[in-house]
Design a protein around this ligand. Sequence first.
Ligand code: SAH
Ligand code: MG
Length: 233
Amino acid sequence: MAVENKVVYEYIEEYIRQVQPDLSVELEQIRLEAERDGVPIVKPEVASLILTLLAIKRPKRILEIGTAVGFSACLMSKHLDKDGKIITIERNNSMHQKATENIKRLGLEDSIKLIYGDAKEEMRKLSGEFDVIFIDAAKGQYDTFYRDSLPILADGGLIIADNILYKGLVALEKGAIDRRNRTIYKRMREFIKMVMNNLEFESTLIPVGDGIIISKKLEYTERNDKLYEQDKS
Ligand code: SAH
Ligand code: MG
């Protein structure tokens, strides 16, 4: 099978980008700089999906794992509830500094709080509940990030995770995977299986951008495990 290293056809992405409205001048500036510097920020189609989810949800508190230069954090602030807050964690010092500048540039210091450190440690120090948790950091650690999200995610809250299909590689057969990608492949497949089979959540894997999972923690009254066979493993 020919591997294109992409999840979605180029011409489809190009078309969707044409019909999307322009970002604000300031945000477009950050996007262009990220592109120039090779910083892997969310793709435009993913940005649009996230904005729509946030417009539905109107979250008060958002947690982001993986700030990079702050593009997605600034983007998400658009649909943050009044008095809402985004907390975002980044472990790379130069990324963290660039994000600090960008957030200042957009005047978003009151709504976005940057934490400099490794999410594996920093998440455990957080208190209170989050309505949305956006996971967009080291792919080999998604399992840890997801598990550490469970105690701080509100009932009815969303976990959104980016780069789930990793250029489409995750959907290939095992034999087609290069040695250097095997660990990521295995971990991502295990992660996907775990998320999709957690019956306390309603989850979907969407082939947009680099692949995204949206996982909603059901309210107690929404759970109806009988709909599923219990023992499918
Ligand atoms: N969300 C950003 C892009 C993030 S790129 C956007 O769309 O605009 C992924 C970032 O996650 C990188 O900057 C990387 O340094 C950071 N990262 C990876 N693993 C991390 C971890 N364990 N803790 C904190 N940050 C991490
Ligand atoms: Mg990403």
